[in-house]
Design a protein around this ligand. Structure first.
Ligand code: FPP
Length: 238
């Protein structure tokens, strides 16, 4: 068990909260029970990241592809978002956490959209860790939307095609103004990106861990941080 922390911490961590279904299956429970545990762990780990001084945390809660899951599972997930967001808002106030949402949240039920709006308002003026919750998020959709926004500017005559730079492109993304993730953690052992922060993760270090998300502890996070410090990040240089 890793309880010590390295001196140098990543500024931005991304987490793919994977393995809820398998966690439940292992216990003979419905998949939704795994999501419930996963949601509780989301709060725990977000608060832990804030407590150790992480500046940005992005968690993958619902992808654009997750709509293809059975209606019952989607309904349960939406219910959990509602319940845990309400509770988290209270908790996160103590930690001064700034909650933001990335993804097309307009697709969610009105009640959830209202809560998302309320959360944004409550977080105004906070200065602590930025917590991006990716909901109805897809990296490819995000990139296409950025391309469309820039194409429109070109069409309107306010931008020349040769003025489009990586920086300008980044400014069209949900994460505009934020640093790219240094470290992306994927519990549950799967070796996939799954459409998560495709543009932003160009030089991120990936740490895949053999633990299911509901079982993922602060000690696991510390172990990922130590693994990160061992990597030599060269950003394509030597
Ligand atoms: C992937 O595990 C997990 C999800 C699709 C849902 C993640 C959502 C939460 C943890 C709730 C977060 C709550 C808030 C308030 C943001 P999986 O179901 O694909 O697991 P499996 O691969 O084992 O089937």
């Amino acid at each position: 068990m890793e309880t010590n922390l390295p001196v140098v911490l990543p500024e931005h961590i991304g987490i793919i909260m994977d393995g809820n279904g398998r966690w439940a299956k292992k216990r003979g429970l419905p998949r939704t029970a795994g999501h419930k545990e996963g949601a509780a762990n989301f709060r725990r780990i977000a608060r832990y990241c804030s407590s150790i001084g992480i500046r940005y945390l992005t968690v993958y809660a619902f992808s654009t592809e997750n709509w293809s899951r059975p209606a019952l599972e989607i309904r349960a997930l939406l219910g959990l978002f509602q319940e845990y967001l309400e509770e988290s808002i209270r908790d996160f106030a103590h930690d001064d956490i700034q909650v933001r949402f990335i993804g097309d949240t307009s697709a969610f039920p009105q009640k959830l959209q209202d809560l998302i709006q309320k959360t944004k308002e409550l977080c105004q003026g906070r200065t602590g860790m930025v917590l991006n919750i990716a909901m109805n998020y897809g990296g490819r959709t995000e990139i296409v939307q950025a391309a469309q926004a820039l194409a429109k500017k070109v069409k309107d005559g306010v931008l020349l095609p040769e003025e489009i730079t990586q920086e300008l492109f980044s400014q069209q993304l949900y994460t505009a103004g934020q640093p790219d993730p240094d470290l992306i953690i994927r519990p549950s052992g799967e070796n996939r990106i799954s459409n998560f922060l495709l543009w932003q993760s160009a030089y991120s270090e990936y740490v895949i861990m053999d633990v299911l998300w509901p079982d993922f502890t602060p000690e696991d996070l510390n172990a990922a941080l130590w693994e990160y410090t061992k990597r030599s990040r060269r950003f394509g240089g030597v």
